[in-house]
Design a protein. Structure first.
Lengths: 135, 180
């Protein structure tokens, strides 16, 4: 059995075999590389990577534009956004309650209804008094 | 033809002739260098083609700061290590054991003589970390000097000697275990 320091010397550096005539065939194939490269290096092949890059960029812009157009809406195109902006100007509101102008006929609401609504929404009595509501 | 003569030939515009000289001088040497890494004749044959294409396309950027021969060996070594790394990633994606796959390759490689000790050496070598494997192949099989290996790998001679020592110890232990 091979042991100790002699192990490498005993194994040696034998080379594995290769098919007969392999190296002359290999040299012939490798020598054809410059010719093949020249065939693939015309003006079209020089421009092609840049065109591919430009096409990729254009595709990304188009896809991004299409996706954004479907997902992001402008204020004018969204009928609910107007109501949201009304809700934003009410300083203290119950987030569960959405203010919708169309649901109410303002003329039928009494001061008491309004006060009850505001108290329910969490408006403090001091603020009601300040706004001129008497309760 | 010496490396300097090859480079002079290239600079004089006779590029294809210079490349032919490179192929004649290095194809066989690089074949054995790469085959020690890949442990397969077919893989080596494929990768050699890639290596020489890279040499041909990179020759215009060769500035002569290093020797032509160390530059060529650096390309071959990097390509071999990249190839092994890709194989490792592919094996991981398929949940395969890369070590078992390499062992199979060594057993299947008809070119490796039936000598069990040779196969044990190849298997032990395939288990080494990349750096140690590279140093071992260059020093033990390619008979390169530490100075040349240092220029090829960009590592100090002291670090190379340490890597070679560790590689030898690990291989020795593996072979003894394998042959018991």
């Amino acid at each position: 059995m091979l042991t100790g320091k002699d192990i490498f010397e005993n194994i040696g550096k034998d080379r594995p075999s290769v098919p007969e005539g392999y190296f002359s065939d290999l040299r012939a194939r490798l020598n054809s590389i410059p010719g093949e490269s020249a065939a693939h290096s015309g003006p079209w092949s020089r421009v092609r990577p840049y065109l591919a890059l430009a096409a990729s960029f254009a595709a990304i812009v188009l896809i991004g534009n299409a996706v954004l157009r479907d997902t992001v809406k402008t204020p004018s195109s969204d009928p609910f956004l107007g109501e949201d902006s009304y809700a934003d100007i009410i300083s203290i509101t119950n987030p569960e309650i959405l203010y919708d102008e169309s649901e109410f006929d303002m003329e039928e609401l009494s001061d008491e209804d309004i006060i009850n609504y505001l108290i329910e929404s969490g408006v403090r009595t001091e603020h009601l008094a300040y706004a001129g509501y008497n309760y | 033809m010496t490396d300097k003569e090859i480079l002079d030939l290239y600079k004089s515009g006779q590029r294809e002739l210079a490349f032919k000289e490179i192929v004649d001088s290095y194809s066989e040497r690089l074949y054995w260098h790469v085959r020690r890494f890949l442990c397969s004749h077919e893989d080596t044959d494929d990768l050699l083609q890639e290596i020489f294409i890279k040499i041909w396309t990179s020759l215009p950027t060769f500035r002569g700061e290093s020797q032509l021969y160390t530059w060529i060996y650096r390309i071959a070594t990097n390509e071999s290590l990249n190839f092994l790394q890709k194989q490792k990633i592919r094996a991981a994606l398929r949940f395969e054991d890369i070590t078992a796959r390499l062992d199979e390759k060594i057993d299947e490689d008809t070119g490796v003589s039936g000598d069990e000790a040779q196969k044990a050496l190849m298997k032990a070598m395939s288990r080494l970390p990349s750096k140690q494997k590279t140093v071992f192949i260059m020093r033990w099989f390619d008979d390169l000097s530490y100075e040349d290996i240092s220029e090829i790998l960009g590592t100090s001679v002291g670090a190379l000697k340490a890597s070679y020592h560790f590689a030898q110890e690990k291989i020795r232990a593996e072979i003894e275990k394998y042959l018991k």
